[in-house]
Design a binder for this molecule. Sequence first.
Ligand code: SAM
Length: 278
Amino acid sequence: MDDLILSPGLYIVATPIGNLGDLTPRAAQILMKADVVAVEDSRVTAGLFRHLGTRGKMLPYHDHNADAVRPGLIARMASEAVALVSDAGTPLISDPGFKLVRDARAAGHVVTTIPGPCAAIAALTLAGLPTDRFFFLGFLPAKQQARAEAIAEVAAIRATLVLYESGPRLAACLAALAEGLGNREAAVAREITKRFEECVTGTLHELAARYADAPPRGEIVVVVAPPGEAPPASVEDGDVALAEALTRLPPAKAAGEVAKKLGLDRKALYARAMALKT
Ligand code: SAM
C-alpha cells in the first residue's frame, strides 16, 4: 500500500460521521496518497489526519471560496490525484462538491468515489420505517412559512422522508411536519455512531411534545413514514370520475377507464354509466 501511486483525477472520499473507526481502509489510503485534499474546514479534517498519523496536504474548498478555487483544482486533476472530503460523511450530500464533480467530468478527468458513512442512510437503517422508497430533503428552510411550503410540496409523496435538522429547531420542525403531513410515525436519530447515539420513535405529535421543552444536543436526522394507504374509492368517487370520462368516451370505455383508475368493479360502473347517460 505504501508504494501505491494514485492515477490523476478526482476522488470523492466519505469520512466518518462520528466514530473514526468507520473510516474505510480505502478512504484512508486515498487521503494519505492524494496530492491534495480539498477540505471544507481544515481544522476538522486535521483531526482525521491526526488519527491517520500524518498531516495531509489540505486545501480549503467550501461554499465561500469554491468558485475561485475550483478552476485551479480542475487544472491539477490533469496530472495529480485530488481528493475531496467534507467535514463529515459523504461529500455532496448537503455538502459542497457537485460542481467540482460536474466540472471534473466535463474536463475529461476520471472521477472515482470512495463510499462510506452518510447520516441520512445510517438514520434510515435505525428508524425501522419502510426503506423501499425514500426521499431526501436535506435541511428544510429555517423560516416558518418557507418550511411549511417545503413540507406541503412533499406531502403527497409515497415514500419515507429523510431530513437533517438542528437541536434548537427540532421541536418546531416536528410540529410543522405534523401540521403539513398529518400525524405520521417518525424517528429522531441523534449522534449516530457517537457515544450518545439514540433513535427515538413515535408519532410526529409525540416527538414534537417530547422535544418542545428539551431541545436535544448534537446532530440529528428526522425520518418520517410515508402517508398511509389511500382509502378505497367510494361509489361517489366513481360517479364523479365516470361523469368526467363520459364527456370524452362512450359508456363501455368510460367504465373501463374508471375501473382501472379507481380499482372499482367494471360491470357495476358500466351499469352506472348507462344510468348516468339517461
Ligand atoms: N454529508 C453529510 C452526510 O453524508 O451525512 C451531511 C452533512 S450536513 C452539512 C450535516 C448534518 O448531517 C447535521 O446537521 C445532521 O443533521 C446530520 N448528521 C451528521 N452527522 C450526524 C450524526 N452523527 N448523527 C446524526 N446526524 C448527523
